[in-house]
Write a protein that binds this ligand. Structure first.
Ligand code: PLP
Length: 427
């Protein structure tokens, strides 16, 4: 179906472009400096966790379940933090390591380790010729950068409303032993905000990889980040793996980066026991012991899963209205025009927006010219190459509601103007 601009007569289209250019000129004259680029919590959100800073003082008992927190030791993390992480991910604390403040760091370390030392006695990936990773796209740019940085070939896989296209995933994973892994954000995915369906999770659990050293990198970064209603439901990947008679197929990651403080949260990884033994061995050559004072502060502050959920409700009160504003502004400005589609998530950090083919780079450039910074077009695809140049990641959490409203008004003008110009160029 033609969009609104494609359906116009030549003179109607010329008039529409002139009108939109005049609107763009007015915006430009305002000299705006707005940023909708990265998925960062707003200062109001990080302020929610400031009370955590008061929980550790020079008087605090620095032991956890009888073991010292203020010294080396406990390479798997302090017991209560492992229990908290296990509750968040729905797994056995015996299989959890809490380590460092960045889950991306843990993912990187495990890709690096597989590359240099191999997984489960197999040749290191670096000695296996061209190895490949599957990258559901649009996806998280920093995942793709990790594998690309080792020269691993990133292969895009289409995303559906239920998760990655599992026919494509199965075809690659079960037939090509050079395919060593897949990046997944199974809940409130970055950037689509969708949660994988039970069928998708079961299909992941039942994979029969051609490579014995294939692993699913299950980055459950947003598993507690519901901002609307009861939120989505995600099947436990390990249940799906074990029901299918598989094991040692998944590395799952999480962190409190966007629960407490980005860069100063606690990060964790879980896997089946054999995989965990190898992960522990890998980490033991990298660090004497994780940073445990931060772990203690987190446990004192968040306590347990109920505590995490109560805290996330406070985040929801701040981010929910921002996401609602995105829907309102896009519906008012672009609803019925036929130029764009966008997602409407119930949690997470992003809205994924698709304009007409060949529009995304031009929209992002025009937005920059009008004073609003967006995530670079193409960033959500491996190597920054969005084949249809349609996708833009909207990150609404950081700006204030007022700034966000302004930025979205500018966005609507930019999308319409680029769409109208494309319709004209196609005549
Ligand atoms: C999907 C996903 N995983 C991981 C991260 C980073 O988490 P961390 O700060 O724990 O490394 C982000 C941050 O935006 C993310 O979107």
């Amino acid at each position: 179906m033609p969009n609104m601009y494609e359906a116009m007569t030549d003179s109607e289209l010329d008039a529409a472009i002139a009108d939109l250019e005049a609107q763009a000129d007015e915006v430009r004259a305002l000299g705006l400096k707005l940023d909708m680029a990265r998925g960062k919590p707003s200062p109001e959100q990080t302020a929610l966790s400031r009370p955590m800073l008061d929980l550790l003082t020079s008087e605090t008992d620095l032991t956890d379940e009888g073991v010292a927190v203020d010294n080396y030791g406990l390479p798997d993390g302090i017991p209560s933090a492992r229990k908290l992480a296990a509750q968040i991910l729905g797994v056995d604390p015996a299989n959890v390591v809490v380590n460092g403040s960045s889950s991306l760091n843990l993912m990187h370390d495990l890709v690096c380790r597989a590359y240099t030392h191999g997984i489960d006695g197999n040749e290191p990936w670096c000695r296996q010729g061209e190895v490949k990773f599957l990258c559901p796209a649009p996806g998280y740019d920093r995942h793709f950068t990790v594998t690309a940085s080792y020269g691993i070939k990133n292969i895009p896989v289409p995303m559906t409303p239920d998760g990655p296209d599992m026919d494509v995933v199965r075809e690659y994973v079960e037939n090509d032993p050079q395919v060593k892994g897949i990046w997944c954000v199974p809940m409130y995915a970055n950037p689509t905000g969708i949660t994988y369906s039970d069928e998708t999770v079961r299909a992941f659990g039942a994979l029969k990889p051609a490579a014995p050293d294939f692993r699913i990198f299950w980055d459950n970064a947003y598993c507690v980040h519901t901002f609307e209603g009861e939120g989505d439901h995600l099947l436990n990947i390990f249940d799906a793996v074990h029901e299918a008679g598989n094991k040692n197929l998944v590395y799952e990651f999480g962190s409190t980066a966007k629960v407490t403080f980005p860069s100063s949260g606690i990060a964790f990884v879980t896997a089946d026991p054999d995989d965990m033994a190898q992960i522990r061995a890998a980490f033991s050559t990298m660090r004497v012991s994780p940073e445990k004072i931060g772990q203690l502060a987190h446990v004192k502050f968040l306590k347990d899963l109920d505590g995490v959920r109560a805290h996330m409700k406070r985040h929801a009160a701040i981010v929910g209205p921002r996401f609602a504003l995105v829907q309102q502004k896009l519906n008012e400005g672009l609803g019925g025009t036929g130029v764009a589609t966008w997602t409407d998530p119930k949690g997470g950090y992003f809205v994924s927006f698709d304009g007409p083919e060949g529009s995304a780079k031009a929209i992002v450039a025009l937005m920059a010219d009008l004073g609003v910074k967006l995530t670079g077009a193409g960033a959500t695809w491996p190597y920054g190459e969005d084949p249809k140049d349609t996708n833009i990641r909207i990150a609404p959490t950081f700006p204030s509601l007022e700034e966000l409203g302004q930025a979205l008004d500018v966005f609507v003008v930019a999308v319409k103007l680029v769409s109208a110009r494309l319709a004209k160029a196609a005549r």
